[in-house]
Design a protein around this ligand. Sequence first.
Ligand code: 5GP
Ligand code: ZN
Length: 138
Amino acid sequence: MNDCIFCRIASGEIPCMRVYEDESTLAFMDIAKDVDGHILVIPKAHFKNILDCDEETLSAVMKTVKRVSEHLTEDCGYDGVNLLNASNESAGQSVLHFHVHIIPRKHGDQLDAWPKFDGAKQDIQDVFAGIRMRQRDV
Ligand code: 5GP
Ligand code: ZN
């Protein structure tokens, strides 16, 4: 048995509040009750996160993210969205099935959806030298 909670939601085995669905993706309400309108978009197939997701599936997920975001802003009275994703446990991913969080925003809603970082500790040129992509990496 697949013990991945989002696979079980995608298959219909576990119920969810379905916002949008197509052949390969699903958007549904996050049950966290932390922010009004918190939505998750997932591929129906299991991928741990963006790092192991194939490009076709990733495109389908982002297409659904855009569709749902447009619906929120064009039809539901929201003014914008924050898109959040954690890939791997080190980044805070708790459910190990790829998902993008959509946080609908309204002017003046006073939500704090942007992390406050402590400040960079390394020289930016040193970091850049370590992470810049050469042509062969592209
Ligand atoms: P992560 O921390 O992996 O980025 O986010 C996982 C999200 O999944 C959390 O916001 C959590 O509330 C949500 N979640 C966990 N279990 C369930 C569930 O059974 N149903 C729904 N709808 N959301 C879930
Ligand atoms: Zn899964």
